[in-house]
Design a protein around this ligand. Structure first.
Ligand code: MRU
Length: 349
């Protein structure tokens, strides 16, 4: 059972995903700045895992607050949130966790709690966010598992597994785990996911740990495999889903969705409601992170491309809602038109 982030009484512990699959090293992060660096530098990644880590980072920052005055503590909270908000722009779970923790603080303050009581309230809520995330993935696994046919070969992109969430299930990989628990035979095709190789390094590692049959391919093989009838469904996670069902996910997801459409293969997105941004009307408004070009020009210290070459390194793309056959959340399975189905789910939330 993989849980990539943990709260202990002195620190936040993170499994260093930069070193997987060859080394399993746990880092002890003692300040909110360490947590912010951990998110920015991809020690932990994946939208729900970023949200959980952010909540723990806020709780840790306030636990380390030395004053006795609640107003000063609130100023510190605002500053901590500003630092964390600058780490990764696309994953909405980061901002969702900041909003939720700020609301928790405001409620505790209104109830007249003192500094030490508020510290405990914030730790408890960060732990609750973590537990709720795992429970959401369990439900996503159950609902999504029902959509997969027996004897399916499922293609997934990036890593939307336990490593990318609070742990245990994952979103896209949760759907695969759910189908397996329902007695279905499911095998997985993991594409490498250039340039950061979350598929090769993380999805392949995670599925091997669980004895789920997985075959690794280069990103450019997916069309060929689909044409040969070797893919029965595509399941991916998401970093942010707009109110109209447009889906931001790891760069290359859109390409896979276009191919799936061409070959009549169902394309499913699995994500908790904390990934649905009802304030973002369409995918056009989703900020797309651009990362260091060295991720493309180099592999570790080996230079692949000529020095001085112009490079684009968009980390995410947006798949238009019409290409998405279903969005699987902990509230159930949303179908088109997503403007209505997602609104209903968000209202029930
Ligand atoms: O850059 P990353 O590794 O944080 O990107 C992760 C993804 O794109 C995942 O597919 C997404 O966050 C869903 S994780 C359950």
């Amino acid at each position: 059972m993989i849980i990539p982030v943990k709260w202990t009484d002195e620190c936040v512990e993170m499994l260093d995903q930069r070193l997987l699959p060859t080394e399993e090293v746990w880092l002890k992060l003692k300040t909110y700045n360490d947590v912010a660096d951990g998110i920015r530098d991809m020690v932990i990644r994946g939208a729900p895992a970023i949200g959980v880590s952010c909540a723990y980072g806020i709780a840790l920052g306030l636990k380390n607050f030395v004053g006795m005055n609640v107003e000063d503590m609130e100023e510190e909270l605002d500053y901590i949130c500003e630092v964390l908000a600058k780490t990764r722009p696309t994953a909405i779970n980061l901002f969702w966790a900041i909003d939720r923790m700020k609301r928790t603080f405001a409620k505790a303050k209104e109830e007249g709690k003192n500094v030490s009581e508020i510290k405990q309230v914030m730790i408890d809520d960060a732990k609750a966010i973590h537990e709720e995330d795992i429970e959401s993935q369990r439900l996503i696994a159950q609902f999504g598992g029902e959509l997969l046919e027996d004897d399916s070969n499922v293609l997934t992109h990036c890593n939307a597994g336990a490593l990318a969430t609070g742990g245990v299930w994952g979103t896209a990989l949760g759907v695969i785990r759910g189908a397996k628990d329902q007695g279905k035979k499911v095998t997985v095709i993991a594409d490498e996911t250039r340039p950061y190789l979350q598929g090769a390094r993380l999805t392949a590692w995670e599925l091997l740990q669980d004895d789920i049959p997985v075959t690794l391919i280069t990103d450019n093989q997916s069309g060929h495999l689909m044409k040969k009838g070797m893919v029965q469904a595509v399941v991916v996670g998401s970093d942010r889903i707009a109110a109209n069902g447009d889906v931001a996910n790891k760069i290359g997801t859109y390409m896979v969705a276009v191919l799936a459409k061409q070959h009549g293969i169902p394309f499913y997105v699995a994500a908790p409601m904390s990934t649905v941004d009802m304030n973002c009307p369409t995918g056009e408004e989703i900020p797309i992170e651009e990362r260091d070009i060295r991720e493309i020009t180099h592999v570790k210290d080996i230079q692949l491309a000529p020095e001085g070459i112009s490079v684009n390194n968009y980390a995410f793309d947006v798949t238009p809602n019409e290409m998405v056959d279903a969005i699987i959340t902990e509230k159930g399975v949303a179908r088109k038109p997503y403007v209505e189905s997602l609104r209903k789910m968000a209202e029930d939330n």
